[in-house]
Ligand binder design. Sequence first.
Ligand SMILES: Cc1cc2nc3c(=O)[nH]c(=O)nc-3n(C[C@H](O)[C@H](O)[C@H](O)COP(=O)(O)OP(=O)(O)OC[C@H]3O[C@@H](n4cnc5c(N)ncnc54)[C@H](O)[C@@H]3O)c2cc1C
Length: 310
Amino acid sequence: MKPPAFQYHAPRSLPEALEILNRVGHDAKVLAGGQSLIPILNMRLAAPGHLVDINGLSELSFVRTDVGGVRVGALARHSEVEHDGAAHSAVPLLRQGLRHVAHPVIRNRGTTVGSLAHADPSGEMTAVLTLLDGSVELARQGGVRTVGAAEFFVGPLESCVEPGEMAVSAYFPRPPERTGTEFVEVARRHGDYAMCGVAAAVTLDEDLRIVRARAVCLSVSPVPLPLDLTEAVAGAAFDTARWDAAGELAAERIDPEPDIHASADYRRHLARVLTTRAVRAAAVRGAESAARPAGIDDDTSDDQQEGGHR
Ligand SMILES: Cc1cc2nc3c(=O)[nH]c(=O)nc-3n(C[C@H](O)[C@H](O)[C@H](O)COP(=O)(O)OP(=O)(O)OC[C@H]3O[C@@H](n4cnc5c(N)ncnc54)[C@H](O)[C@@H]3O)c2cc1C
């Protein structure tokens, strides 16, 4: 299958890219890793007149960790984010989510920011950004704006990026002290998009009692759905809490649609079971992080998943 004809642009700098995007406006698509866009073009689901290939913008190829969190540039590949040790220590949910994104070979090329811009409600990174209350930085000629996750995702495959704009980075804030996170999902085959997935974060107090429990479900709503589940488990000890009550609450709050992959009932069942698992595991990680001396990293077990990335 071949894409419809388009004019190809290969800017060498961000100002040049923004000038082209400004000039061609709504008729342009940014080409990052191409792992979603190229299949869409080949299937003729989109026919932009111009492709602006940002792979020459090496200044956007970065993963930077600071005291507040992790900033990911628009050209950082999923695998670079996944294997960045400082990013993992600061925001473990990044690696926990990324290891579910497709296969290593796709993660070697696909970009994390491209995945956000693509705004697939089954995309793991949409749930990660939402759970962490992260943001995306959008640039246009003569200006930059920062959009929080709650406003960034507008609908299925629709983000708030306007014609003439491009996403230059995403920021994933570091979770509060004594917070553990986990990402679980069910897909028909390893590497497929999930029928349902859950990102969870649980914050404990100094006595390891639950202060806050939150989850974001994917593949059950047009945009990632944040759920505050605290009321189901607040005040309980992390190891004896009724986590199934949190799963039940999540199942009550979602309204999934059936499709060719799963019925609405099955997705609701998955949301219940996966939320229970995710919040329980997140709480255990929160307790482990409380017990760990400062400066010692999170577990390294994720490193062994799927071997290397090159
Ligand atoms: C077989 C297969 C399985 C996959 N499985 C999963 C999965 O399980 N989970 C998952 O999340 N993803 C999955 N993906 C998609 C993968 O994660 C993509 O890398 C990602 O969705 C898009 O990133 P990209 O860099 O390839 O973007 P591209 O394909 O280049 O672009 C995707 C869209 O985002 C826009 N865009 C990209 N970058 C920017 C930017 N900086 N500013 C503005 N707009 C931009 C493009 O114009 C386009 O509309 C899969 C892909 C394949 C081929």
